[in-house]
Design a protein around this ligand. Sequence first.
Ligand code: AMP
Length: 456
Amino acid sequence: MVFSTFPAPADGCCRERVSFRLNSFRSRRRRRPAAGHHPQPGLDSQIRGVPGVDPKDPQAARSAQPSPERAAPRAPTPEEIAALEASPFAALGLALPLVRAVVEEGYERPTPVQVEVLPRVLEGRDVLACAQTGTGKTAAFVLPILQRLAAEPRTGEIRALVLTPTRELASQIAERVAAYGRHVRVRHAVVYGGVSQRAQETALRAGPDVLVATPGRLLDLMKQGVVRLHGVTHFVLDEADRMLDMGFIHDVRRVVAALPRARRTLLFSATIPSAIASLADSMLVDPARVAIQPAVRTAVTVEQSVMFVAQADKRAALERVLRDASVERAIVFTRTKRGASRLTEQLARSGIGADVIHGNKSQNARERALEAFRRGTTRVLVATDVAARGIDVDGVSHVINFDLPNVAESYVHRIGRTGRAGATGRAISFCDRAEREFLTQIERLIRQRLTETPCG
Ligand code: AMP
């Protein structure tokens, strides 16, 4: 069997068997305290050759067919294996096929949220994590879940459900599952609203192990009997506070009610307001609590400043900022969709190429704009808060708040688009006289005064 070398366990004892296996690694780790690789017999053996396929498992055999764009990976050399074993990711207990994938992503060391969360999920703990986007939280939950799933036989049912508020986030998490899972046999699918259901149904019929979903479309598919969640062993609620802001909390509760009680649950939220704390209480069992930084602290790698500028002068100020050569890739935030579209047109008229994404744009238009931004064809992306939620683009040098957000937490989310994973970034906020109150609220929330930058 391709997923593990130990015999397929009978239903119900998989978790015990895996945790037994992990416990035995942990005791080895105690005997050998120096950082280093903790062998994962089942998964690690796959890396020493092109993963084998049990011909008696037609599903595994099918999924093992190399697709034209994804040829079977070359087996790593003994030196490469030794390097993977020495990786700090392996020291967290991550199996070599997953270490290999993150190394191929160019990650050198785990981020703090990964250091905290990953081993706990591998141990089988529930987790309540206060961590904002940009900290590497997606890998913190995707990697250990893939490892746990890959160590157990496939059931043909959805075994892990990741619920996230926006379609952009859903497709980006799915893309991360594909990237981190490229050397393990775990299938995934993604479902979100705003697009036809047909392709999603086809993907669901293929029997994914992991489903990434937004609440509305998931509930629709559940109602139609297209999705069944009774086989879920791992549930992730991502960006829980955003779910609350967007009015999805009842939908979330309905999804949770359809999940088996015996499951692992991970809840990620940038802030933990009381409604999220009580949701967590109702969903999590003895969770490991991980706070990567105070709930509202902004990334230390972001240099934040405020420019006091009258509303009528903001456009000229923006053009001046954007014409500066240090602006490699910028996201400009406006409060309204109309404002975003108008500003994009005005920038274009001034010869500054920009794309726009907001909730009124079709899914295709949003994805096209994001892709052009990611590739660097577009240097400036104008966005509203909700649409920007899912923007996961490395190398954003500047975030510019053309309008200050009227909800202070949105400021933290917005500027989290830059300074990601330890890179440095700049956040410049334009503040008109009428926005002073918003500025005060933001500074109170982040417990920091923004440096004033001249507008000339
Ligand atoms: P997230 O907080 O999950 O949205 O991740 C933010 C960004 O950090 C993504 O672009 C990831 O590809 C990147 N990332 C995640 N983990 C690491 C790591 N250990 N080293 C470098 N980059 C990472």
